[in-house]
Design a protein around this ligand. Sequence first.
Ligand code: IMO
Ligand code: MG
Length: 420
Amino acid sequence: MKIDILLGLQWGDEGKGKIVDALSPGYDVVARFQGGPNAGHSLEFNNVKHVLHLIPSGIFHPDKLNIIGNGVVLDPAVFKKEIEELGPPVEELVRRLVISARANLILPTHRILDAAYELQKGNLKIGSTLKGIGPAYTDMASRNGLRAGEILHNDFMQMYNEHTASHLSILKNYGFDFDLKEYEKGWFDGIELMKKFRIENTEYLINNLASAGKKVLAEGAQGTMLDLDFGSYPYVTSSNTISAGACTGLGVSPRSIGEVFGIFKAYCTRVGSGPFPTELNDETGELLRKKGCEYGATTGRPRRCGWLDLPALKYAIMINGTTKLFMMKSDILSGFETIKVCTSYNIEGSEQIELPFDNGAKIDPVYAELPGWKEDISGIRDYIALPENLRNYVEFIEKRTGIPVTIVSVSPDRNSTIFR
Ligand code: IMO
Ligand code: MG
């Protein structure tokens, strides 16, 4: 069977967790392919909200296999906390979750380095979640990483000490205050817990399962506009969040990919620094934030809010080869008299539909205005029962992007997902 990918088309927080959970019944395997605990994937069912950072969002389905792929950076301390908060006993979770031996570990000193680097950047800070993501991927690329498979080796402690000593010598230059011992305790407890799980060459596992006819869903983290290569560098994360990242992050070939599901919010949000052409620094932005509860699931930071940005969405669709669109949080737009959609950019007097390379470009969004709707749509389960103006909004996006919108989400709950 082909492997499908679900990924974010904006700046993250599009609702990936909810949709992976909702799609899981149709899959046998859910595999995370990049990112780490910078992600915050929220799922809601039976009136309880769960937030996952490292563990794939298929974990709540007892008969699904979840894989933490080689492209993920794994913090054992976060892993332990998350496993303990899930609910089911460890003996049960061990059956549902496998870790790639090739996944790089986030060391306690990676988190400290992340904080020291950000502090030094001052006004130019990235707005990182400070989970150690950048430094862990840096060590991987410079061939200084420690990987999950190595926790089983006899010389693991020696390797850990060497890596930590090298980080501490870098930190000496930063005059940055930290308590390593405090981080280390939870980290080593996490290592012990990880040893109870299968740690293996998951590239064989995934390819063998797919060849045997099992359905695999690759779950992305962050969003296309935070991609290391194609986002607004340097205001990006440190991994490839795009569909190509699923190939390198799981060890599967481009020929094995089937659908590329692209998920987007009916408006835009961004947390952290960097360009955001349609950002609203006014009461409309504040209203979107309040109605949409736009506060980070990982850091609690208020998210920047704005109208939907079609040039950015079309860019993301192109880079990913998106085959289907899923629109999230449509309910948050209920009650607006009119809804704006950015259709092009005015950059210093010239109208453009391409994203500029330059982060400093002064962009005035050109908007189309569509009539809003007033109804509470959270209880609706059929597309045809949605207000006409919402359907017009969906069809406007389909027409402009050329890609069908096959899911419209109308509230956080697992069941309030309208499939078309
Ligand atoms: P999910 O998977 C939204 C942002 C940070 C910062 C930049 C770099 O929940 O969509 P990093 O911690 O990677 O060094 O931060 O990327 N960021 C996210 N924004 N959702 C996320 O994940 C994010 N993960 C990282 O705010 O701007
Ligand atoms: Mg999130």
